[in-house]
Design a protein around this ligand. Structure first.
Ligand SMILES: [Zn+2]
Length: 302
């Protein structure tokens, strides 16, 4: 199968590592860079903070391996926040950095991303991976981590009743043997528990949609709706109103249930099937999402 993403444009784990360390070097007083854990194969899970305000926002990407364009988007956010005075940010108010704290986790699933981009050579359990991938060495459609667990079906929110689970390691949809069985989700869970976040954004990449309700009770739906509608307006993505009983286990499902604070799963690209988002869509994706953090920040510090 021909890949229609340009390998020169791939946003890899190695590139992320270099870029985040460069940012830290360039802006030592404005950012904090930490690792909140490591993946199954020992790759670092990086978190980067900008700002030190009371209101805290979490923004993460690439829970799903093939959706690594979300990592590129988040690193672009970081660079714009720090370097681009023409970004709408600075017009919120001059001291916005003292009002808002942003934590970014650009790549939750570095093993999976590495597998999608470079094939099995950089992974240790090659035989199992090929087996779980229906005996194929084409991993461009892979979503799970390196143990075949779908990291966005791992969170303790109605995990028991998750639908359409293959019951064994797979390129997608396997929820694992128990909630938070994987080091990647365990790290996110612990990090979020120790923090007080006022809002969370989970970036994914299929459908140009925003998930925001899960099973929230009506009074909270009413509370969160104005922000959800503002995000839909700036991105021009569709707000999803749940039909029937939504299947749980996602980060946003858990965050909403656990903290009752607004959380959004934002799907940045049109539905393009099981493959990475093609490069040529990046520009329009960046433009659609450029106002997302600004919108949340101005909402929280209003
Ligand atoms: Zn996804």
């Amino acid at each position: 199968m021909e890949n229609d993403f340009d390998s020169k444009q791939m946003y890899s784990y190695q590139k992320l590592k270099i870029d985040l360390n460069d940012v830290k070097k360039q802006f030592p007083d404005q950012v904090e860079l930490i690792t909140i854990g490591s993946s199954v194969e020992g790759r670092d899970l990086y978190a980067l903070r900008i700002g030190s305000g009371k209101k805290a926002v979490l923004c993460h990407g690439a829970h799903h391996a093939r959706e690594w364009m979300t990592t590129r988007l988040i690193v672009d956010f970081i660079n714009h926040l720090l370097t681009d005075c023409s970004w709408p940010w600075l017009s919120i108010r001059e001291d916005w950095l003292t009002d808002i704290t942003f934590w970014f986790i650009p790549m939750v699933n570095p093993d999976g991303v590495t597998l999608v981009q470079g094939g099995i050579n950089d992974l240790s359990n090659r035989k199992e991976l090929i087996d779980w991938n229906n005996n194929s060495t084409d991993f461009t459609g892979w979503k799970a981590n390196s143990r075949g667990v779908d990291l966005n079906r791992q969170y303790p929110a109605d995990w028991e009743s998750i639908q359409a689970d293959p019951g064994q390691p797979s390129s997608s949809h396997y929820k694992g043997s128990h909630p938070l069985s994987e080091p990647e989700t365990q790290a996110i869970y612990q990090f979020v528990k120790q923090y007080h976040f006022d809002c969370a954004i989970a970036y994914h990449s299929s459908g140009e949609e925003i998930f925001w309700r899960y099973t929230l009770p009506d009074d909270l739906v009413d509370q969160h709706r104005p922000l959800a509608e503002r995000l839909a307006e700036v991105t021009r993505y569709r707000l999803i109103e749940p039909e029937g009983t939504p299947s749980g286990g996602g980060f946003t499902d858990w965050f909403l249930t656990q903290f009752q604070k607004p959380a959004f799963t934002i799907e940045i690209a049109p539905s393009i099937g099981p493959r990475p988002v093609p490069d040529h869509l990046y520009k329009q994706i960046f433009q659609a999402n450029e106002l997302v953090l600004y919108t949340i920040a101005s909402y929280l510090i209003d």
